[in-house]
Design a protein around this ligand. Structure first.
Ligand code: CA
Length: 188
């Protein structure tokens, strides 16, 4: 019954299409069926920094990604600065207010902390006049404790595999894997 039917799938930027071709009495009928792409769940661990500011914006708005949370680490600037900057970028790029932004580790495991004021300036985002997140002081207090548990819990509760992307130093990731090695089960 299906000997004259051909189906195949193509994927464009935002959408996957199933193309269905059927031949009836020497006439080809072509059907396009649009199928939503399942977005890849992403957790971004970062130290903004100009480069990581763009990483946040890209992760937040790329059509194939779903940003489920952000954690910050010392690196391009102090932990206070990188966290404040993550909130700023989240605010100006229109991220949902309930997106978790978790302040992570402010120390290095193997060496002295080194920041990069000569590259990113004293704020970590020098050169750009970016407004503060209006709820920063309130939110940062709520997220300040038990950061490893908070990161683990958020990743665990997504109910599908999470891709953990680290664009800063790997302290948070190392501690997360040490304290909650079962996080492997929930990550790609
Ligand atoms: Ca970085």
């Amino acid at each position: 019954m299906y000997k004259n039917v051909i189906t195949f799938t193509i994927k464009l930027i935002r959408t996957r299409y199933i193309i269905y071709i059927e031949k009836k009495r020497d006439i080809y009928f072509i059907f396009f069926i649009m199928v939503d792409i399942i977005k890849k769940a992403v957790w971004l661990d970062c130290d903004p920094g100009h480069d990581d500011a763009f990483a946040i914006i890209l992760a937040a708005h790329h059509p194939s990604l779903e940003l489920i949370g952000i954690s910050t680490v010392v690196g391009n600037q102090t932990l206070e600065r990188t966290t404040q900057n993550a909130y700023k970028i989240a605010y100006i790029s229109g991220l949902p207010e309930n997106l978790p932004i978790i302040r992570g580790c402010g120390e290095s495991l193997c060496q002295h902390v080194m920041t990069c004021p000569e590259i990113h300036g004293q704020t970590g985002l020098d050169g750009a006049d970016i407004p503060e997140h209006p709820e920063y002081k309130k939110l940062i207090k709520e997220n300040d404790e038990n950061y490893l548990w908070n990161i683990y819990k958020k990743i665990r509760d997504v109910n599908r595999p999470v891709t953990l992307i680290a664009t800063g130093q790997l302290t948070n990731v190392a501690l997360l894997l040490k304290v909650f090695p079962q996080v492997f089960c929930f990550c790609n």
